[in-house]
Design a protein around this ligand. Structure first.
Ligand code: SAM
Length: 244
């Protein structure tokens, strides 16, 4: 399947055999990349569907109309919905987590507020992360625009972990249970929790255990929080055969 330039249009812009690009995506298509009618592009709806290798049939100042030649579901997606719940590190380091996590296949980012965490994420940051995730989705040829949640407490994460068939919490000194845990059927939804620079407290680790989180080791070295998130994602997806 040829990998062409990826554009985004929300699902409501898909109608029958056509999809319409407007605003930023139109600008990128026409002004930045100088596409013309007759060119082939791929348009994703951010919900897992791609109009692959489809033809621009009309290009105006207001819109581009693209004839859908082939639709692919789960385009570029793993067979697991993976959430990364991570305490927000200082500065712009979470930007990097969003960008690289999206490239690796994370479908949901949950900023968590932990006892030893220092940083809160305001509404502006969440919006900025959504834009970063959109760009990373297109860059990495995915079709699902990862969901970026507003920050929640660690307690709230534990309460909502029932939604996931597999919940993992990474901390130093954890037992390596991953291989055994993933021998069963592929979980549909999984969540990985990563702590702040100061680590999870004993109280948080006990609370996670009560909520059926399994401990996950990332090896003998202490990783920075942002490295840990990406290593944990890679490790789980590799163990589940979702990186090939
Ligand atoms: N002193 C802290 C502690 O005791 O956890 C170190 C925190 S580490 C800088 C930040 C987060 O990354 C940790 O809370 C954990 O989630 C994750 N992490 C880093 N290295 C890890 C490792 N080797 N195994 C498992 N988790 C790790």
């Amino acid at each position: 399947m040829p990998r062409r330039e990826i554009f985004y249009a929300p699902a409501q812009n898909f109608a029958g055999d056509f999809v319409t690009l407007v605003d930023d995506e139109l600008h990128h298509l026409a002004r930045v990349l100088h596409h013309k009618a007759g060119d082939r592009i791929t348009v994703v709806d951010g919900a897992g569907v791609a109009a692959v290798d489809s033809e621009i049939v009309e290009l105006t100042r207001e819109f581009a109309r693209v004839r859908i030649l082939k639709k692919v579901r789960r385009y570029g997606e793993a067979h697991i919905h993976l959430a990364l719940a991570q305490a927000v590190p200082k500065g712009s380091r979470f930007d990097w987590v969003i960008e690289k996590g999206t490239e690796l296949g994370v479908s949901e980012f949950i900023p968590i507020l932990c006892a030893r965490g220092e940083v809160e994420a305001g509404e502006n940051k969440v919006e900025r992360w959504r834009r970063l995730a959109l760009a990373a989705m297109k860059q990495s040829c995915r079709s699902f625009w990862p969901i970026i949640h507003a920050p929640i407490t660690f307690e709230a994460l534990c309460e909502q972990s029932r939604e996931y068939q597999l919940s993992l919490i990474a901390h130093e000194g954890a037992d390596e249970a991953l291989r055994r845990l993933t021998e069963a059927a592929l979980p549909r939804k999984a969540v990985i929790a990563i702590g702040p620079e100061g680590g999870f407290t004993e109280v948080e680790l006990r609370r996670a255990q009560e909520s059926n989180f399994y401990s996950m080791s990332l090896g003998p070295r202490r990783l920075r929080a942002e490295t840990a998130g990406l290593v944990a994602v890679t490790k789980l997806l590799t163990t589940l055969g979702q990186m090939s």
